[in-house]
Design a protein around this ligand. Structure first.
Ligand code: MSP
Length: 663
């Protein structure tokens, strides 16, 4: 990685022939996380994204809507910008290839290459694939037809005069560069792919289209009958984004160039690693430091998700139902950056509940509630550290370094995995130190130390997560009485002096429990579940509101099928702690170990029969898949089975280890 204090990162610029989907969101969020991280670390960042508006594909999309290309693009760009704003993407410039400065730059570069004899006119005959906006050879066409992925109609045989860039003459220079700079194309497998491609002779690149056939593009400065080939135009956006003007050797643009990272999907590896780099070699501009090609989100049958396949995932729906930050987290955590990964809504739900609701959400919620309930609503003193705290601190030190290194290498999943080892350790620490027992036995100083360490783990998680989940992390920090700036400063200090790990909070500052950061989802939200409803059946009518049950004698409950019974997730649990609900006489707040990484909080109406201390250690049966509910301000994540009606007479007990299924 460059040691300059500036950091320049780009995404591909997206075609405006359709709506944004999960693939576009993925690259953009990855670039956003990197950009935010580097800003967080105090570097000057330029993050460029935008839209690719010229070419056949966009022209046809406009024609299909009965609009001029310009009207169509303006309309689509608004949608793309709304998508990016909705995903909290902190771009510095949203570039459009129809922007005046970009058109100027394309003209300048074409003119420079024309004058240098790097562009010539010739007759062309070949197959054009509109979907990818590229010419393919006869052999490539046959191969792609053989896969069944494309049909004959996808290729158009084109014969016409055109202008060509002498790309082939830069083949050796490009090979030398890639050999000398092994990390210029990442991951290594993609570099090998490009080297393989360059083993065959590299031809010249057709860089024009006659206006008579396709007029939606930037006119060639030396022939008004032609427009520029869309890829030649589009790739130059990366230089427009720096303020470069053709032929200039120095100037402000060198603060950003060579670009730190071009993030791209593996589908556009050749255009970036071969077309773009040879264009740069020809105009004498240094090559980008890294081109990083990530993998694809695919459907369960392995097909790339996208507009053409008709299997694209609507990211707006996911963000509306689960929240933007969980979506960002999921995309960065679920698959290795570089590899393909299958998307499923159930996978999303699982990851959300496990990592966000159970691990981080639970740690923050219980750490803060125990503190405010048993101590002052402020950050307690650190006190003296015993072996449990030392172990946690040691882990925190390792995690901070691992997190920073991995985010900087764009290994987002590894960074988050490392951080989660600390979050999970934080939950285990609560279970072993048993703050409820410390509170019961009046060990206030120890209780303070324990809860302070829990809060410190949350603080560190919040500071590290700001680039990934900007709002949730900021709200976690604010619950702990720390502004983002303080978190940034702490991270800075910590990366230089790891001995500061887990002492970033300010003693005595007010803290606040508030609502849980990540409420659990017992099942997929209805709008998402509806996507899987059988299409040929009419949508079920909304059920009439059930009449309120009258008090007093009532009829027997309805008979249910075994399938309904089977939907219950009953599990053996052990009551770890129990206390009076702070705001309701009849309720107790239990923490129950049901064999998960962290015990659950269950609010139960047992007070009429049990004192809290009678329940600790009891083995109970828990309904584990009950939708979470907030009862007088405390979130209940399940229910314990008890006997009796309005008067509880006893608990259903089971002699089995926590987590055992009860049938
Ligand atoms: N306009 C060109 C890029 C020009 S860059 C100078 C283009 N646009 S695109 O709209 O088709 O976007 C392609 C990019 O979207 C991919 O490179 C990738 O970043 C992203 N994705 C689209 N579908 C994807 C998946 N199913 N999975 C992951 N990302 C993919 O190509």
């Amino acid at each position: 990685m460059s040691q300059r204090s500036s950091f320049y990162i780009t995404t591909p610029i997206y075609y405006v022939n359709g709506n944004p989907h999960i693939g576009h969101a993925y690259t953009t969020i990855a670039a956003d996380v990197a950009a935010r991280w580097h800003r967080h670390r105090g570097r000057d960042v330029r993050f460029l994204t935008g839209t690719d508006e010229h070419g056949q594909k966009v022209l046809e999309a406009a024609e299909a809507r009965g609009m001029t290309p310009r009207e169509h693009c303006d309309d689509m760009v608004a949608r793309w910008q709304a998508m990016m704003d909705g995903l909290d993407v902190s771009y510095d410039r949203f570039i459009r290839t129809t922007d005046a400065d970009h058109e100027r730059l394309v003209h300048g570069v074409l003119q420079q290459l024309w004058e240098a004899g790097q562009i010539y006119k010739d007759q062309y005959r070949g197959w054009y694939l509109v979907k990818d906006e590229v010419f393919v050879t006869e052999k490539e066409r046959d191969e792609r037809l053989a896969t069944g992925e494309l049909a004959e109609g996808d290729f158009r045989l084109i014969e016409e005069a055109n202008y060509f860039f002498r790309m082939g003459s830069y083949q050796q220079a490009l090979l030398d560069h890639i050999e000398a700079k092994p990390d210029c194309i990442l991951p290594a497998s993609r570099r090998n792919e490009v080297l393989g491609f360059l083993r065959k002779p590299l031809g010249d690149l057709c860089i024009s289209r006659p206006k008579s056939r396709m007029s939606w593009g930037i006119e060639l400065p030396f022939d008004a009958d032609f427009v520029t080939y869309v890829w030649f135009d589009a790739l130059l956006n990366y230089l427009t984004g720096t303020g470069y003007t053709a032929g200039s050797e120095d100037g402000d643009w060198t603060a950003w160039w060579p670009c730190d990272y071009h993030l791209i999907g593996k589908d556009i590896l050749t255009t970036h690693s071969v077309y773009w780099t040879t264009m740069l070699l020809a105009i004498g501009v240094p090559l980008p430091q890294h081109i990083y090609a990530h993998g694809w989100w695919v459907s369960s049958d392995g097909a790339k998700m996208g507009k053409s396949a008709g299997n694209a995932i609507d990211v707006e729906l996911l963000a509306e139902e689960f929240g933007v930050d969980p979506l960002r987290y999921f995309l960065m955590r679920e698959i290795a950056f570089g590899a393909d990964g299958a998307f499923s809504y159930d996978g999303f739900l699982l990851r959300y509940n496990a990592d966000l609701a159970n691990d981080l959400g639970n740690l923050a919620h219980r750490g803060l509630s125990m503190s405010t309930r048993w101590l002052d609503p402020s950050v307690p003193p650190l006190g003296s550290r015993g072996p449990d705290e030392e172990a946690l601190v040691e882990l925190a030190r390792e995690v901070v370094t691992a997190y920073a290194t991995n985010i900087e290498a764009l290994q987002f999943h590894k960074a988050l995995d490392a951080l989660w080892s600390l979050v999970k350790a934080g939950n285990k620490y609560v279970d072993t130190t048993e703050p409820w027992s410390l509170n019961r036995d009046g060990h206030t100083e120890r209780l303070q130390t324990v809860l302070r360490h829990v809060q410190e783990v949350c603080f560190l998680a919040g500071a590290l997560l700001l680039p990934v989940m900007p709002s949730k992390a900021a709200s976690l920090l604010s619950k702990l009485g720390r502004p983002e700036e303080a978190a940034r400063a702490h991270l800075d200090a910590l990366l230089t002096d790891p001995s500061l790990a887990l002492c970033g909070l300010a003693e005595g500052v007010s803290i606040e429990v508030g609502d849980p950061l990540f409420p659990r989802f017992a099942e997929l939200p209805p709008r998402i579940a509806a996507l899987f409803a059988p299409v040929d059946e009419p949508a079920p009518k909304p059920r009439p509101k059930q009449a309120k049950r009258k008090k007093g004698p009532k009829g027997p409950p309805p008979v249910i099928g075994f399938d309904v019974f089977q939907q219950l997730d009953l599990r053996a649990g052990r009551v770890v702690s129990a206390e009076q609900h702070p705001d309701a006489d009849k309720l107790l707040v239990l923490t129950v170990d049901v064999g998960e990484d962290a015990p659950r909080t269950v609010v139960a109406g047992l007070r009429s029969r049990f004192a809290p201390e009678e329940l600790v250690g009891l083995q109970v049966v828990v309904v584990a898949n009950l939708a979470p509910a907030t009862l007088r301000g405390v979130e209940s994540q399940g229910m314990v089975l008890a006997a009796g009606g309005s008067e509880i007479v006893g608990l259903v007990s089971v002699d089995a280890p926590p987590g055992t299924v009860v049938r």
